[in-house]
Design a protein around this ligand. Structure first.
Ligand code: ADP
Length: 502
């Protein structure tokens, strides 16, 4: 769910719209219902109070005209009055009556006469107290069970004192008006509002979904096209229809794509031109260089016949021509990488064997560097191009010999399920932060003072060789603590390297 919320804009739009519209509609419905309920209750109360007043006047009139001065006949006429008040309206009667009294005298509070089974105890006690102590007409809303059924229902109770002039007793007469009709109306309305509100919320959600789709479909299309464009398909363009914002977005996107494509093509052409230039120059230089080399070897071989100065020149000439030749072959190699023409010739290879062979490498011997080996006891088989792996390892050893000034190196070979690695660790001058980033740059040398005939191309070629295998060549180093170069090769060429084995 959380993923859907995070990834899908339309889900977010629809869910937020649903929640917000439900809140708004819920609040409006609630306020509406409250107003209607108040209105219904008020009008019912007004009618009830008016009806009760006329009843009170009639009852008082009855009492006034009665001349009983004895309690027993008066009680009788009171019962008759209650009956007449209730029977008079017959079936259209919408109220019940409760008469309590006499309220004063030795028999107080007197017996209760009721048109139904309503007892005085079920009337709101506050109202009973106000009526028995006050002189006016009082009312209150209450929940009562008016009929024999035990369900309580909303009702408005109106009460007033009556005075019997004959005996001087006071009585309390209560009118109980049911509000069931109002309640039913309110329930009906609440249900209608609930259903209507729900339908409205769903409808608004649906509309939000539709609208968001209308906007999002082109955006999704733009994303797909941008992905394909980023994947190298530079011909991809968006379909433009109409003149709305989406159409303008598509037009701008297409313009951007066209301009990018143009720039990329221009840069590609330029780079191709440069590669061709380097490759052509290198090729062109090879033939004269072979001649010069032959001549220089002739001079070098007969340097014993020359005077010391000329002999020294012949030696320098040979060294520089060697350097020139290796630079030229490096350049040719690089231009082959750049042109995508470098070929891998894979063979089964034992990396432990490669590491073991390093021990008596003449370069290391000459520099007096001791070699320690780790992880070379068992076979470490890989599929790789032996010529290129040799070139990488040779370069790492030569660098250790030339630049590290370390007296020993450690060569470690390791393998896990999908990756094989070989690292060369020295304990010499090391590399600082900036040098780290630049060691693989073409023609880069850390410090001209450290340069011992290198061209600055060795590591860039080694890295290209590693990349050609689908592997990597990485570096670790700290000034004064030495450096470590690690070659990692995937078990299958072009498989992804997940974790470097240790
Ligand atoms: P070259 O082909 O001239 O040897 P590389 O590309 O192999 O050049 O190396 C580039 C630079 O990286 C070197 O000039 C040297 O300054 C630095 N470097 C390479 N290996 C080491 C090492 N083991 N310790 C310190 N510096 C190194």
């Amino acid at each position: 769910m959380r993923r859907l919320w995070r990834r899908s804009l339309s889900t977010r739009v629809v869910v937020s719209t649903l929640v917000l519209s439900a809140l708004v509609i819920g609040f409006t419905g609630w306020a509406l219902l409250r107003d209607v309920a108040d209105g219904l209750a008020d009008s019912r109360r007004e009618v009830a109070v008016a009806e009760a007043r006329s009843g009170f006047a009639y009852a008082q009139g009855q009492l006034d005209s009665a001349v009983d001065t004895e309690a027993a006949p008066q009680s009788e006429s009171l019962t008759q009055m209650v009956d007449s008040l209730t029977v008079a309206r017959g079936t259209t009667r919408t109220y019940e009556l409760v008469l309590q009294g006499p309220l004063s005298g030795e028999r107080s509070p007197g017996p209760v006469r009721s048109s139904s089974g309503v007892s005085i105890a079920s009337l709101p006690p506050g109202l009973v107290e106000t009526v028995s102590s006050g002189d006016g007409t009082y009312w209150q809303f209450s929940d009562l069970s008016l009929s024999d059924a035990n369900d309580r229902e909303a009702a408005v109770v109106v009460g007033r004192q009556l005075r019997a002039p004959g005996t001087g007793d006071t009585y309390a007469l209560y009118y109980l008006f049911s509000m069931q009709d109002q309640q039913a109306n309110l329930t009906l309305m609440r249900n209608a509002l609930l259903l209507g509100g729900l339908a409205m919320v769903l409808m608004v959600g649906g509309v939000a979904g539709l609208v968001s789709r209308q906007v999002l479909d082109p955006v999704r299309m733009a994303r797909r096209i941008a992905e394909r464009f980023a994947g190298g398909n530079l011909e991809q363009r968006m379909h433009v229809s109409g003149e709305d914002d989406i159409a303008r977005l598509s037009t701008s996107f297409n313009q951007m794509a066209a301009s990018l494509q143009q720039q990329i093509r221009r840069l590609e052409d330029l780079s191709r031109l440069q590669q061709r230039f380097v490759s052509d120059v290198s090729h062109e230089l090879r033939t004269p260089l072979t001649t010069v080399r032959m001549a220089s070897e002739l001079l070098y071989d007969s340097r014993g016949d020359f005077d010391p100065q000329t002999a020294r020149s012949a030696e320098l000439l040979k060294v520089e021509i060697d350097r020139f030749e290796s630079l030229l072959s490096d350049l040719l190699d690089l231009s082959r990488f750049d042109a995508g023409a470098a070929q891998l010739e894979l063979e089964p290879l034992d990396l432990a064997e490669v590491a073991r062979r390093c021990v008596d490498h003449p370069l290391l011997e000459r520099a007096g560097i001791a070699v320690q080996l780790q992880g070379v006891d068992a076979r470490v088989p890989v599929m790789a191009d032996p010529r290129r792996i040799d070139r990488i390892v040779r370069n790492l050893l030569a660098n250790a010999a030339k630049y590290s000034q370390s007296s020993s190196i450690l060569i470690t070979v390791a393998q896990n399920e999908d990756t094989t690695s070989l690292s060369v660790r020295d304990y010499g001058v090391g590399l600082d932060e900036d040098e780290h980033l630049r060691v693989f740059d073409r023609f880069w040398r850390a410090d001209p003072a450290r340069v011992q005939g290198g061209t600055g191309l060795g590591l860039s070629i080694a890295r290209e060789d590693a990349l050609l295998h689908g592997g990597t060549l990485s570096v670790w180093g700290r000034p004064g603590e030495g450096a470590e170069f690690t070659l990692t090769l995937p078990q299958q060429v072009a498989a992804e390297i997940v974790e470097v084995p240790r």
